[in-house]
Design a protein around this ligand. Structure first.
Ligand code: FES
Ligand code: FE2
Length: 371
């Protein structure tokens, strides 16, 4: 006899995962020779660009006595702390000069480092690699080399448009992420005449499969009941449209839509700023409607509206979460959220034991829900 389904009680731990790349800020926010403050995983950072425009990221705390480095003087190459004038190379954090040392004092200045993080500019964003916390006394450690380059929006032709959107949400990383992958809120949160209404709810069946560090909603033809998809099929003159949606740890959702030679691709991240605060950044690239006037603007408008609806919902949700209510996850609509928590736990366990991560999904799974 099948087991009776009961909802699973769930309280997110909001643990923030280190050892990954995170989007720190939009690239156009920092000019050459400038510094900017940012926070990732509760770590204060100072991010800047050197005199040739190359970005860098340092912990915003001087290894001497903790003065925020963003208050220092920056000449486009070295950053001088405002307290005692120690100077650091901005790209590796290595100390270059301690002005108080006399000629006969032989402190090894070059063994001192201001915590530097690997930094890359990719698709309109500055990405920062947040390493695992080092041993105490990390002020003497050189920067950690990330195992992979920063993630990129996948592109399928040489000409395309690119746009980004961001929204801050007063909830933990876990609520931000499960809100992002939640299939059941669409008809209630994202109502619009040209998209969905509560009356368009119908049963859905989607196939999911495990992928390294995450899961994939397998290529399929998207809901035919929304106007944009009908329009797209007509425009692309394609008999089929396929959509693939991936989620991978720690926080990345990619969506790829392909219709004939046309494509739309997005990379969305939910970035933990602090324990109770995250930011959602969507970067989209597309070659659809590139020549039709107003279409890029219209696409951006649609996306902005979606993100704003999600943001507003989470702002309201944060009110309810203040009192630490018991929460639950139900099948099948919340199964992706369950996988997220299981993936996170499996990742941490693998790290703790130094073994390979055991994927929580045994194989392909079909989920059913109404939305
Ligand atoms: S606190 Fe930075 S040089 Fe002393
Ligand atoms: Fe949403």
């Amino acid at each position: 006899m099948p087991e009776l389904d009961s909802p699973q009680r769930q309280s997110p731990d909001s643990l923030m995962l280190t050892g990954f790349w995170y989007r720190a800020l939009p690239a156009d926010r920092i000019q050459r020779n400038q510094l900017h403050k940012a926070t990732l995983l509760e770590i204060p950072l100072v991010i800047g660009r050197d005199r040739v425009g190359q970005p860098f990221a340092l912990r915003d705390s001087c290894p001497h006595r903790g003065m925020p480095l963003n208050c220092g003087r920056f000449d486009g190459e070295n950053l001088e702390c405002g307290y005692h004038g120690w100077q650091f190379d901005v790209h590796n954090g290595q100390c270059q000069l301690i002005p108080s040392l006399t000629a006969d004092q032989n402190l090894k200045v070059d063994r001192i480092y201001a915590g530097s993080c690997a930094c890359e500019e990719q698709d309109s964003f500055i990405w920062v690699f947040v390493p695992d916390p080092g041993p105490p006394g990390a002020g003497v450690a050189p920067p950690v080399e990330p195992p992979d380059p920063a993630p990129q929006v996948e592109k399928f032709s040489s000409k395309y448009k690119l746009a980004y959107l961001e929204a801050e949400m007063p909830v933990s990383i876990d609520h931000g992420i499960i809100g992002l992958m939640d299939p059941a809120h669409g008809p209630f949160v994202h109502q619009a005449w040209w998209w969905r209404s509560q009356h368009s709810i119908h049963e859905k069946k989607k196939n999911f499969e495990p992928i390294p560090n995450g899961f994939r909603m397998s290529a399929h033809t998207p809901s035919s009941n929304s106007a944009p998809y009908k329009l797209l099929r007509l425009y692309a003159d394609a008999d089929s449209i396929s959509t693939t949606i991936d989620f991978v740890l720690p926080n990345i959702r990619t969506e790829i839509i392909r219709a004939g030679k046309y494509w739309f691709s997005s990379l969305t991240t939910v970035t933990p700023i602090t324990r109770n605060h995250c930011r959602i950044d969507v970067v989209a690239a597309w070659n659809l409607f590139r020549w039709v006037p107003f279409v890029p603007a219209a696409l951006k408008f649609v996306f902005a509206k979606f993100v704003e609806q999600d943001r507003r919902t989470m702002e309201l949700q944060a009110e309810g979460l203040k009192h630490n209510p018991h929460l639950m996850l139900i099948d099948d609509a919340d199964r992706p959220a369950k996988w997220y928590f299981q993936l996170k736990a499996a990742h941490l366990e693998a790290k703790r034991t130094g073994t390979e991560m055991k994927h929580p999904m045994p194989g392909p799974v079909t989920l059913k829900w109404r939305s």
